[in-house]
Design a protein around this ligand. Structure first.
Ligand SMILES: *[C@@H]1O[C@H](CO)[C@@H](O)[C@H](O)[C@H]1NC(C)=O
Ligand SMILES: *[C@@H]1O[C@H](CO)[C@@H](O)[C@H](O)[C@H]1NC(C)=O
Ligand SMILES: [Zn+2]
Length: 311
């Protein structure tokens, strides 16, 4: 019985790593999130107290500025090879819901792109807002999406376990996918249908035979940069791969995400919404793109915007 794998990451390493940090809990006002409560008393327990990353220089999430990203022609598409049989269960950890996979073999892996060797799929989860105006962790030219999917993988070529890998600079690879409102996502619906059974914190239910690659956009373009986990212990261990194109979900699917609770049975109910970390400074980092940015188009747009502002 793999008891360890069902203990939340944040509980495994959280307390030890809750080190002094002045994390600004308010999103930058240009990001529509200014209405978010900045009252510390209303913060999720995950972010309570003083938490810090001493000397942190590669924290996540960040705003990706398309104009500043550098096209890297050697960046091949990322290749996922997931075995739906490795999908184990889904559970509410009091901050998001995790779909967890059996990572004792190389049956579900990601390779290619910026990764020199395969990484094993451990879990995926989402971050989302209380409404459609915000919710994603990363932003693109300050555009915020209603939700963001994270597929979390660990470097199994050197490290023996996920827990070991998350403390190492090249231990993790996370694929980020933006969600936008559009048509219903049929494959996601299998997951949405089971969510009511993990409404409360700590609830866990079996969830089998799910191929997470159905949640990737068909466009293979992505940005990649070196960053961190966006939940404690916030270790700087992540090679981020952020897919350029969002996937579409409909409003009713996100409504089910928002009907989950941060709280356990018997506690005063708090809806699971706004479970994202604020943007972090990019500092001395370069975001690489696997695709050539359409520079001319964006220049043209810019000058049109300027004309409009002038007029
Ligand atoms: C995986 O870890 C090993 C050992 O630290 C490292 O040499 C390798 O570069 C890592 N893989 C990636 C893709 O970062
Ligand atoms: C910034 O990164 C570049 C390239 O990796 C490095 O040469 C330089 O020393 C870094 N500067 C600082 C202030 O860390
Ligand atoms: Zn995440």
């Amino acid at each position: 019985m793999k008891v360890v794998s069902i203990i939340p990451l944040i509980q495994q390493l959280g307390r030890r790593a809750f080190i002094n940090q002045k994390v600004s809990q308010v999103r930058h006002c240009s990001l529509l999130g200014c209405n978010l409560q900045d009252n510390r008393a209303n913060l999720h327990p995950l972010w309570k107290g003083e938490i810090d990353v001493p000397g942190g220089s590669r924290q996540s999430p960040i705003n990706i500025r398309i104009r500043d990203s550098v096209f890297h022609p050697q960046l091949a598409p990322v290749h996922t090879q997931y075995d739906p049989n490795t999908c184990l269960h889904i559970w509410n950890n009091g901050y998001s819901f995790f779909v967890e996979f059996d990572d004792s073999t190389d049956k579900s892996i990601v390779s290619g792109g910026p990764l020199e060797n395969p990484f094993r799929l451990k879990q995926f989860h989402f971050h989302w807002g209380r409404n459609n105006d915000w919710g994603s962790e990363h932003t693109v030219d300050s555009r915020v999406f209603p939700a963001e999917l994270h597929l979390v993988h660990w470097n199994c070529s050197k490290y023996r376990t996920f827990e070991e890998a998350i403390m190492e600079p090249n231990g993790l690879a996370v694929i980020g996918v933006f969600l936008k409102i559009g048509k219903q996502h049929e494959k996601l619906q299998k997951l949405v249908d089971i969510l009511p059974s993990v409404r409360y914190k700590d609830a866990l239910t079996e969830f089998n035979y799910f191929d997470a690659s159905c949640l990737l956009p068909s466009c293979v373009d992505y940005w990649t940069y070196s960053g961190s986990l966006t939940t404690p212990p916030l270790t700087e261990s992540v090679t981020w791969i952020i897919m350029k194109k969002p996937i579409e979900v409909d409003h009713s699917q996100l409504a089910v995400f928002r009907s989950l609770l941060f709280t356990a049975v018997g506690e005063e109910e708090k809806y699971m919404v706004d479970n994202f970390r604020p943007l972090q400074p990019i500092m001395n980092r370069t975001v690489h793109s696997s695709f050539e940015p359409a520079l001319q188009i964006s220049h043209k747009k810019k000058s049109e915007e300027h004309r409009q502002q002038a007029g």
